[in-house]
Design a protein around this ligand. Sequence first.
Ligand code: GAL
Length: 667
Amino acid sequence: MTRKIRYGGDYNPEQWPESVQDEDHRLFTAAGIDTLTVGVFSWSLTQPAEDTYDFTALDRILDRAAAEDRQVCLATGTAALPPWLAKKYPEVNRTDFEGRRHRYGQRHNFCPSSPAYRRLATALAARLAERYADHPALLAWHINNEYGGVCYCELCAEAFRGWLRDKFEGDLDALNDAWWTTFWSHRYTDWAEIEPPSALTEHWRGPDHTAFQGITLDYFRFTTDALLGCFLAEKEVIRAHDPETPVTTNFMGMFRPLDYHRWAPHLDFASWDSYPPLDAPPTWPALAHDLMRGLKDGAPFWLMEQTPSTTACRDVNPLRRPGELRLATFQAIAHGADAALYFQMRASRGACEKYHGAVIGHAGRDDTRVFREVAALGRDLAGLGDAVLGARTPARTALVFDWDSWWALEISDGPSRLVKYQEVVHAYYRAAREAGADVDVVPQTADLTPYDVVLAPVLHLVKGDLAERLEAVAERGGTVLTTFLSGRVDEHDRAFLADVPGPLASLMGIRIDEWDSRPPGFIQPIPELESEGRLVFEIVQLRGAETVATYGTDFYAGIAAVTRNRYGLGEGWYVATALDQPGVDQVVRRVLSRHDLIGPYIEHKGLEAATRIAPDGTRLLFLLNHTEEAAHLKACTSATDLLTGKQTEAGAPFTLDPRGVAVLRLQ
Ligand code: GAL
C-alpha cells in the first residue's frame, strides 16, 4: 500500500446485509478510502453468550478489506456491554454520582473496577488478537472507545481505598495531612472509612462543589487510573499475541474527566475524535490538536473521528458548509495528524445516530455534495502522498496544559466559579497562534529547554520542580508568562505557605496579598492596553517587577494588573486579571516579538499558518483561510503548493480561496 495520510473511518457493515459491502467498497474506492475502523461496537455479535464467540462477521469484513487493499484499525469492542453480560453480572453496571446503580442500557456503561468486566473484556481482546494478529488487513489496534465516565459503586470505593494506600504508601497520617482532614472533623482512623466523593458524601450542587478538594482531586486521578487499568489490561493480552501492531485508543481532546498525560506513555500513538463546539473559533480545535500532538512528544497523531457533515447529539446540528470539511481536515494535518478518519462511513439505519452525518447516506448515493467533497479530499490526500508523513512542528513556544490545575481550579470554592480553565488557556493559545507562532502544548513535566517562550496561564496547581525549570527558561534568556490564580496550591490542593504566586513569585518578582472578584458584568478598564479585565483582580505588589499595565478604577486603581520582571537573561510576565482577548493579544505579542516569533501573515485576519518539518528536513507551510473571503497574500519565500503544483516566487502575490488551503513546500 502506498505511504500516504490514512483516510477512512468507522465502518459497521455488521449492521447490514452482506451484499451492502460490495457497494461500500465500490464507493470507498471512488473516495480514496484506505483505512476502516472496524468492530467498535460489536461485542454482542462477536460474543453472543459467555461461552460462545462468533467471528464470522469480523472475518468477512477483514478478509474483504484485505482483498480490496484496504487496512483496518481493529477495535476490541469493549466500550458497550452486551445485554447478557449486564444481566449475568450486575456489578458491571455503573453506580452514578447520586448513588443509583444503573441497569442495562446505552454504552460506555461498564464499571472500571468490576472483575467480571475486566475478565470478559480482556478475554475478548485476547481472542481478537490471537485471531487477527497476522491478518494482512490489520494496521492498528483500537482499544475500547472514548474512555470516560465515573463510577461510585462499592467495588470502586474499595479500589479507591487500595489506590490511596499505594499512593500514600500505607500511611493514613500522610493522607490526613494531604487532604487537610482536621478541617470539619474528618480525620480518618481507618482506610475503610474513606468514601468516594459523591452527592451522597462530600458534594453538593454537583460534581464541582466539594467540601474537600483533595479528596475529589484524588478521585479524578483514581478514575483516570482505573480506566487506564482497563486499557492496559487489554493491551497486555493483545501484546501476548501481537508484539508489534501499534495500539491506541481514541481520546476526546480537551476532555476534563481524564488526565490524558497519565495515559500518554502507554499509547503507541495518540488519536482523537474532533467535534468542536458549534461556536468555537478555529483556534479551539487547533488547541486540542496541539494538546494531542503533545501527548507523544510531538509525534504525529491520528484524527480518529470527525463528521463529514453533521453531528446528531446536539439540540441543533448544523451542517458543515462547502469547504469546511476540507479546511478542518487540513487543519488537523497542519497540526500533526497523519490520518484523517470519519465517524462514519455509512449512516446507521436506526437508533440515536441515524441522522449523524456519514460518507454514505441512507440512499447509498455517490452524487451527494458530502460524498463529492469526501472524494475530492481523498484525491488531495492521494496527491500529497507521503510528503507530510512523520513531519514535526518546530515550535519555540510552549503552552503548559495541566489537568490537575484544570480540576483544582474548577472545583475550588472561591475566588470565582466563573473562571473556566479552558477559556483562559485558549485565550493565550489563540493570541500566540494568531500572532503566527507554532505552539507545543505540553504537560508540567515536559522538557522546557527547546522553548524560548513558555505560556503557563492559570497554572493553579504547581508540582515537582516545575518552578525551577521555569526559572531556568528565563535565566537563559527565555520568557515565561503566567496569570492570575497561578501558583496557588500544591499537588494535594493545599495552599502554599508563602506569598502568592507561591513558587512562581520570585520569577515574577511580585507579591499578592489580596484579590477581588466581581460578577461577569463588571468591567475593570486597563488603560495602558486600552483593554478590559473581568472576574478576578489580583492586587499586585512589585518586588522587582515593573508595571506594564494597571487597573483603572476602584481602590486599587493605578496598581499593576500586568507586570514584567527581568530574571537572568530573560523575563517573567504576570497578568493578574482575566484580560479580554485584545488585551491578551497585546501582551502575548510583546512577549513573542522579543524572540522574533511573530509570523509574516498576521495582518490577514482568519488566516492560519502552521509549519511542519518533514523527516528529510523539508519545511512545509500550511496556510488555512478560515474566512469566507479570498485572502490576497504575498509569498514570504519561494514555494510550491503541493495541492496544486503551482510555484510562487518570493514576494509574488497569490490568492487563497474562501476556506482555501495551501500546503507550501518552502525552498
Ligand atoms: C463519538 C463516538 C462515536 C459516535 C460519534 C458521533 O464520540 O466515538 O461512536 O458516537 O461520537 O458523533
